[in-house]
Design a protein around this ligand. Structure first.
Ligand code: C5P
Length: 244
């Protein structure tokens, strides 16, 4: 730890420098926040679960040709990653209507979308992460038009791979959020994490809307059994990976 310096502490993770300037260490915390940190709590074991799950999913994606920042997982709640300059945009892809899509459009919860919907949100806590149009994104110079097209293409590819993978786990991938960064050569890499904190995951074996939720909505909506839901997702991911 001697060469390590805390570079940034976010709501769910701490980023440290390492002896190699191109490599960072991410520490996953058990802290949970929702509604732009208005709701705070702890999900015991979440750091390790999210770290392990992100590791598994990044490896699956890398094997399918998606470049990610992932290097390895030196400890249960630590991930070594390539240093990138994060694009300040949260890319959300949806297969089924839920969350802010229902709230802002009136679409009923659970509506199956004819095509996956890709949306961009400004990664800006002060402004409350607002939904962006393509033109606003370009106006703010958050990405170039080429990068924007690439973000969308990569996101749709990732959605296809993960939708199929989660289906093998008996889980419907409702929607999820991705973050991307540029490496030293200006190449776009998938960054951050993919976990029950950043995805909506519904158990295909349950029809009851409350029972089938296996993700952070259990925490957001005070549904209880948050830890066991996260644990169950990880178990299924690990099982499916060893079988596949
Ligand atoms: O709230 P909304 O419906 O827009 O969220 C869409 C997806 O993005 C959900 O899976 C949610 O967990 C994820 N998300 C996230 N971090 C945010 C906002 C949304 O992981 N800051």
């Amino acid at each position: 730890m001697a060469d390590m310096q805390k570079l940034y502490e976010g709501k769910a993770k701490i980023i440290y420098s390492t002896e190699d300037p191109e490599i960072l260490l991410t520490h996953f915390k058990d802290d949970a926040t929702a509604f732009n940190a208005l709701k705070r709590g702890t999900i015991i074991g979440k750091g390790e679960i999210n770290c392990r799950m992100s590791t598994e999913l990044f490896q699956i994606l890398e094997a399918k040709g998606i470049p990610t920042h992932w290097i390895d997982q030196p400890a249960p709640n630590q991930m070594r990653v390539r240093r990138v300059k994060i694009v300040p945009v949260e890319v959300v892809v949806r297969n089924i209507a839920a969350g802010s899509l229902c709230k802002q459009t009136g679409l009923p919860l659970g509506t199956v979308l004819k095509h996956p919907l890709v949306e961009f949100f400004y990664k800006n806590d002060e402004l409350g992460d607002p939904l962006l149009t393509r033109d606003r994104l370009l106006l703010l110079e958050l990405a170039t038009p080429e990068q924007l097209d690439q973000l969308k293409t990569m996101t749709l590819q990732i959605n296809e791979i993960l939708t199929e993978f989660f289906h093998q786990c008996g889980i419907t991938l409702v929607d999820f959020k991705l973050e991307f960064g540029l490496d030293v050569n200006g190449k776009l890499l998938l960054a951050d994490e993919i976990s029950p904190d950043t995805c909506r995951l519904w158990d295909e074996g349950e029809t009851d809307q409350t029972k089938r939720i296996m993700d952070k909505d259990r925490f957001r909506q005070d549904l209880g059994q948050v830890e066991s839901a996260y644990q169950k997702v990880l178990e299924r991911v690990l099982n499916s990976k060893t079988q596949g």
